[in-house]
Design a protein. Sequence first.
Length: 585
Amino acid sequence: MTDPALAISAAGLTGEFHALGVLDWADLHPARQLTRLYRDGDERVQLAAALTVRALRAGSVCLELERVRTGVTGRDDELVEVPEALWPDPDDWLVALQVSPLVAQGAGGDETLPLRLIDRKLYLTRYWQQEEQVRLSLQTRTLAHAASRPPEQLQTWLDELFPGAAADGEQRRAVAQVTTTGVTVLAGGPGTGKTTTIARMIAVLLRQGVQRVALAAPTGKAAARMDEALRFAALDLPADVADRVAQVRASTLHRLLGAQPYRNPPFRHHRDNPLPHDVVIVDELSMVSLTMMAHLTDALGERTRLVLVGDPDQLSSVGAGAVLGDLTQAAWTGTGGRSPVVRLQRNYRFTGVLGELAAAVRSGQADEVLRLVGAGSANLTLTSPDDSPHALRARIVHQGRGIHEAAERGDAERALQLLDQHRLLCAHRHGPHGATTWARQAEFWLRASVPGFGAEGEWYAGRPVMVTVNQPEWGLYNGDTGVVLTTSGRPLVHFAGAAARPLSPDLLGPVQSVDALTVHKSQGSQFSVVSLVLPSVDSPLLTRELLYTAVTRARDAVHLIGTPEALGQAVQRTARRASGLRDRL
């Protein structure tokens, strides 16, 4: 019987890789069309083009020819063993690309050709141009402000904002830096005071005479959190700037740039119509793709200062690129070694065993991580997959029963509080370790253990849901969570935060149940307790970044489900996204 996932017309070398599950039809089609259009019949060139498209879909900006044989994954994100005989000889493969009529060579190659080969990296030309746009903009902006002098009152302002024991050297340096430089990259993990630093940056900029400050984040939910956190941080500022800082509002990057769907250019603001702001501050940069970063830098005015904020140790964006990671790891040789990166090290929130765990994961200390989980703390456990159902079921049923009972009483506030008490996270979306599988299992446990649970059909009392599409008309954004109540005789979904009024399911756009989530979906959220299902040792998603992102979602306790081998592998294996931005910076 024919596999429906296979393209019948796939043949030759790319067909072999397609049959192994390495290439999808979405990879094959553009590669075949390009080689036909440019009349290049070399199967090695077609394979390289298809693998480049595949690399983009996996998050890399380019295909690294020297590393292409390592960590090859298939359609279900599982490692695939490709027979050595199928791989072209590396030197011959390189020569074939160098003489191909569809591949531009080096930085000065023909801009009209669809592929570009530089430093043994193969790009789709569009992504090469985006990478160059970001690199040139950041280097030029950094150098253009190199001779700027700080305001005479700067030290007085800093002493007022960072008094005595409250002084933080790196926060103070970042605030001082933003007054004189064109680019500031503020890097730090959860609880290191990034929002506090942003508030003080804005305070100093306002005193400096800056009038037009824009705040932005990659998602509506992140922008809403930024607004809330900034208003709270403004309470500690001097009276002459506190109100003005609290009034600065964040938007999504799409809204800031003026998105124009299905039009060219795709954004209203670009180099010919730049943003009117003096300073643009972008939070959660780890979630920003290379493409969005290119659009942002293209839309900045010549003298606009740019502040980029985020945690480089978290998972990268869903789209291609790892911009924040590249910026924080670069040597910045193009600016004479003048790095705009300020790292916040001191943690004000994560203390005790969870703080030690996050630090050990971030620094790659597998032995220390295993020691911590084996120390017997009730707030940090590692349970074998064979032994996990009992403890995990107890946590899920306890939370689900509380939410269901609160929903039946009509107590939306209590139901929403309980919703953030515990969250089950998974690396994969599908498969035995995936969020879809575990969500079904969680719902089965709840139906079996909680009387009346799910009796009302799809929109039952206590159902936890997550918005999956921005719905600004209701004040809802992708990632917002709510709970269904049925006390009025019809189901209504209650949300926390800005979306205060309950909504009928008929008015809502797409939502999903949140009995289990992928770690990617949980970014930016916080829960009292997190249970994390670790995938098998050979899963390419099992990385340090995934583990770090998951454990830093928890305030009080982390319960890991997996083997010591899988945990150790997660700490030691880093996610690598191929790009040239870091090296050329």
